[in-house]
Design a protein around this ligand. Structure first.
Ligand code: PRX
Length: 641
């Protein structure tokens, strides 16, 4: 889609002007990032900008800083101490506003309490919390004392929680009795209790009282948050942290059944997101910034907590479902808090498109200045709807491409520098300092207009340091597909003008409503059910969620297909992975289409599930011949009928 289709002209920069800045940043990469690093306050300056021992990068080694200091203490030195840091809204209508001084107090109290519990520099603390202020507070409190947090999305099951806690060997879990979702209580503490049966490393559980329902508190292990902070100190000096000390570990899905623990540094990560959020969202003193993601995902880490708070913005945190109790809940929140920057996912936009523009029309959305999109490709129709009905044709849309691994935004329009002409559906250009390109199967630059693979050719400060306890897998996953390039796992196309068009995952990773799940991970959950012998999971295109889960399963001897069994299997996936993993369709089959070497021909299954012909072109992932695929397709069409 071309820029002519935009209804009005925004104030654009010529592409060349942006490219001049960009090229300089790539040519003088270290000098460029060093200048960006100077924008933060450090307790000690770095010895060098970068130690690059491919593929392991150490950014600003020797530099000392503290994330909690940068997000909180720094703002107490001026008038911002009385500025609202967090506007919180519970799903049930409760409200809380925390100024930067109040945030400081709470962060310090929790840091003091954690210290008293014996949490030390380098220890891991697991956070399993709903979207309440205590979640960012807990992240900042752990960072304050040099502990490493691992946030586990509160929509994950007890098994997923236990796996992640065990991998990090966390000493402490911070959770809540529950949270609200669609008017119902999600009983988080019960899920934690279940997980605790198999997490030997956990010594203490701190519980925030959110819903107030009756819960089990185990003497000596479980402590109420409000009690523990009552006797805590209100000042704990922020520990100077070496730049390469991990700030957090965040698990994400890959192509094997075992989730990957993405390790982010302190210095490089903070420098990177501090700059990116200024460029992309043009954060100003008066910005009221609302990112609708859950803090359980990387978007929440960078876009709710660390970047906006480092910039001293006021952030909005909303606990519940987007359309609860009515489809204008979000628009009501924007009007109420006078949100200026709004950042959400294409899935949400498509859902609201379905509800219709009469819902946003009921509200004054004139405070908005910039709109963002993240998590999956945005289709031009959704882009235009967002632009027109939410942004009132005034606000640029920043379609931001990035990943858990990249730490922050990599490809996006940058109104904070100079806005290039927008094309609905394209994330435009890489941001300064990001040497992104599209290559063909051999790693050579792809021809314009032809689909290839998105790669990053130089290290950047926000990049993951490694995979927790698995540096080999880090090398294999990201740095072995193409020599000396970071492989993103995404398809991409550059058009004649050099605009980047993101075209979805090239590997076996699914994006369900923007949430990342691995097919292998889902398959191992399906086969852990006693009735299932073998399974294949694929993603099927979906109008709103982008993709949905379809399961093909072979039953064990003695079981026969039934709706009852399908229901049970759905429940099993919800229980073992979480509600995000609920399949849309389940087919029982007697065999699965495989290549001679035993690889599942997913293309056949995808074509069957979406009712489309399998097509003629072989992709790289299918080692089967076109003929083989077609034969399997015809054969399978009969089986799944
Ligand atoms: O496929 C890309 C898609 O989301 C993947 C990363 O997922 P996750 O690590 O969960 O992080 C999501 C939020 C940062 C990418 O490999 N993706 C993310 N943003 C976009 C996107 N696809 C297209 N356009 C985007 N703007």
């Amino acid at each position: 889609m071309q820029s002519e289709s935009l209804p009005i002209e925004l104030k654009y920069w010529p592409i060349k002007r942006y490219m001049d800045i960009y090229r300089h940043s790539i040519d003088e990469m270290e000098e460029f990032w060093e200048n960006e690093a100077r924008k933060l306050e450090w307790f000690r300056t770095w010895d060098r900008v970068l130690d690059w021992d491919p593929p392991f990068a150490k950014w600003f080694p020797g530099g000392m800083l503290n994330a909690s200091y940068l997000c909180v203490d720094r703002h107490l030195k001026n008038w911002r101490r009385n500025k609202v840091a967090i506007y919180w809204e519970g799903e049930n209508g409760e409200e809380r506003a925390l100024s930067y001084s109040q945030l400081y107090r709470e962060v310090n109290q929790l840091a003091s309490a954690l210290k008293k519990l014996g949490v030390k520099d380098g220890d891991r603390v697991a956070l399993y919390l709903p979207m309440i202020p205590e979640l960012p507070i807990a992240m900042l409190a752990t960072a304050r004392i040099g502990a490493i947090h691992t946030v586990i999305f509160s929509g994950f099951s007890s098994m997923a929680l236990a796996d992640r806690v065990n991998d990090t060997e966390a000493k402490v879990i911070i959770t809540a009795d529950g949270g609200y979702r669609r008017g119902k209580i999600i009983r988080l503490k019960e899920i934690v209790d279940e997980a605790l049966k198999k997490t030997p490393s956990v010594e203490k559980v701190i519980v925030v009282k959110r819903t107030g329902h009756e819960i089990n508190m185990q003497e000596g292990r479980d402590i109420w948050y409000h009690e523990i902070i009552r006797d805590a100190e209100t000042e704990v000096p922020p520990l100077p942290i070496e730049s390469t000390h991990p700030l957090y570990i965040l698990y994400t899905s890959g192509t094997t059944g075992k989730p990957k623990g993405i390790v982010h540094s302190t210095g490089g990560y903070l420098v990177f997101i501090h700059s990116m959020y200024k460029w992309v969202f043009d954060i100003q003193e008066e910005s009221v910034y609302w990112c609708t993601a859950d803090v359980g995902w990387v978007t929440g880490h960078s876009s709710i907590v660390y970047a906006p708070l480092m910039h001293g913005a006021s952030i909005v945190v909303y606990e519940g479902a987007p359309d609860y109790p009515k489809p204008d809940r979000w628009w009501e929140i924007i009007e109420k808090y006078k949100v200026t920057i709004f950042y959400t996912s294409p899935t949400a936009i498509r859902m609201f498109m379905k509800y219709g523009e009469e819902w946003p029309k009921k509200h004054d959305l004139s405070s908005l200045t910039i709109l963002g999109s993240v998590g999956e490709p945005i289709n031009p129709e959704a882009w235009l709807w967002y632009f027109k009905h939410i942004g009132g044709e005034r606000c640029p849309i920043v379609d931001t491409w990035w990943q858990t691994e990249t730490g922050g935004i990599m490809i996006s329009p940058a109104p904070g520098i100079g806005l290039v002409p927008l094309k609905p559906g394209s994330a435009t250009f890489p941001l300064p300092g990001i040497d992104a390109d599209v290559v063909d199967e051999k790693g050579n630059p792809a021809t314009p207009g032809v689909r290839g693979y998105l790669v990053i050719k130089k290290p950047w400060p926000g990049m993951l340091m490694t995979l927790y306890k698995d540096p080999e897998r880090y090398k294999q996953t990201y740095w072995s597909r193409f020599p000396n390039m970071y492989y993103t796992g995404d398809y991409c196309m550059k058009d004649e003008e050099g605009y980047f068009w993101l075209l979805g995952r090239a590997d076996e990773v699914l994006k369900i409503a923007g949430h990342r799940l691995g097919t292998t991970e889902l398959e191992s959950s399906v086969v852990s059910h006693p009735a299932i012998a073998e399974a294949a999971v694929i993603g099927k295109p979906h109008e709103i969620k982008g993709e949905t889960i379809v399961v093909f399963a072979i039953l064990r001897e003695g079981y026969s297909p039934s709706d009852e069994l399908k229901k049970e299997l759905r429940g099993h996936l919800r229980k073992t992975v979480g509600p995000v993993a609920t399949p849309e369709e389940i087919y029982f089959v007697s065999k699965l289409p495989k290549t001679r070497s035993g690889k599942i021909m997913r293309r056949v299954l995808k074509a069957l599930a979406s009712g489309k012909p399998v097509g003629d072109t072989t992709t790289l992932e299918d080692e089967a011949s076109v003929e083989e695929i077609k034969r399997a397709y015809e054969e399978f069409k009969k089986i799944i009928k």
